[in-house]
Write a protein that binds this ligand. Structure first.
Ligand SMILES: CC(C)(COP(=O)(O)OP(=O)(O)OC[C@H]1O[C@@H](n2cnc3c(N)ncnc32)[C@H](O)[C@@H]1OP(=O)(O)O)[C@@H](O)C(=O)NCCC(=O)NCCS
Length: 165
């Protein structure tokens, strides 16, 4: 069964190698080891990993601010994709936003990343804008996407955040 593991300043050394491996396999301009250590030590930042039987499959990193969450990083090992891990991690972030009565979750995604955009749309994110030439490596534009919560009621139907696990 899939489980969640909070990556903290106390335990990150046990998991950093695998996280950096997944990151490197997932992005053309991956975060470095130092980048993850900075986030682990940043009080605004939360990192969760999804694992099965002690094997880390993917992770999510986001900042929790006063009224909103900013998604910074989400990656699943290429061999573990399309099994619901990404949805599981995003679902956990969304539940945290709901439980803290936050107003919204924001993220940026490459316009070419159709799989990720589809996943975000399925969870209720909508395009809120575009940042032209946002990515340094390719000059690609970023879609800005937002999931809003009106009052205490999430716009999202929370029944669709579960994975297949
Ligand atoms: C994006 C990513 C995190 C998705 O993780 P995942 O565990 O494979 O996603 P899930 O299995 O939870 O997918 C749930 C749904 O999202 C959609 N989806 C996810 N990946 C997709 C793809 N490559 N193509 C089309 N639809 C996709 C599908 O609707 C999928 O449901 P289905 O499998 O029943 O069709 C993963 O592909 C990844 O790590 N990509 C590289 C890093 C990245 O792009 N991160 C996001 C940066 S903004």
């Amino acid at each position: 069964m899939i489980s969640l593991l909070r990556i903290t300043a106390e335990n990150y050394e046990d998991h950093l190698e695998r996280i950096v491996e997944i990151e490197t396999l997932s992005f053309s301009s991956p975060w470095s080891r130092a980048g993850f250590i900075r986030e682990v030590k940043n009080p605004l930042s939360t990192i969760w990993a999804a694992s099965i039987d002690g094997s880390l499959l993917g992770f999510i990193c986001y900042w929790v601010l006063d009224f909103e969450i900013h998604l910074l990083d989400l990656a699943v090992h290429p061999k573990e994709r399309r099994k619901g891990v990404g949805r599981f991690l995003l679902g956990h972030m969304i539940k945290e936003a709901v439980s803290k009565a936050l107003e919204s979750i924001w993220l940026e995604v490459r316009v070419s990343n159709e799989g990720a955009v589809k996943l975000y749309q399925e969870l209720g994110f909508e395009q809120a804008g575009i940042r032209f030439k946002y990515y340094d490596d390719t000059g690609e534009d970023a879609l800005v996407m937002r999931l809003g919560f009106s009052g205490s009621l999430p716009v999202l139907n929370c029944s669709n955040v579960g994975g297949r696990f």
